[in-house]
Design a protein around this ligand. Structure first.
Ligand SMILES: [Zn+2]
Length: 87
């Protein structure tokens, strides 16, 4: 997991090109999603983190974004019904 506030935008772009970064996340809400996701772009830079793989995001206890990762979100929700109303 990589915090956006600790690396420059140029480095972020470089890592995306090398596919060291494939997913973004919101550290406050503990949600991960696609880099192209609109709700991801609106968040504060201080709250933004990056992941190289989905496994990494899940291991860090992040859950899938309901906008851009609908299938993963549904699967996640089915597994955590007791938390389903948090978001
Ligand atoms: Zn999203």
């Amino acid at each position: 997991m990589q915090w956006h506030s600790t690396i420059s935008d140029a480095l972020v772009r470089q890592k995306i090109r090398k596919q060291e970064i494939t997913l973004g996340g919101n550290a406050k809400l503990k949600i991960y999603g696609l880099l192209s996701c609109g709700s991801g772009k609106r968040m504060n830079r201080q709250n933004r983190v990056f992941f190289s793989t989905e496994e990494e995001a899940v291991a860090a206890n992040y859950r899938p974004c309901g906008h851009c990762l609908k299938e993963q979100y549904k699967a996640w929700k089915a597994n955590t019904s007791c938390f389903s109303r948090i978001y």
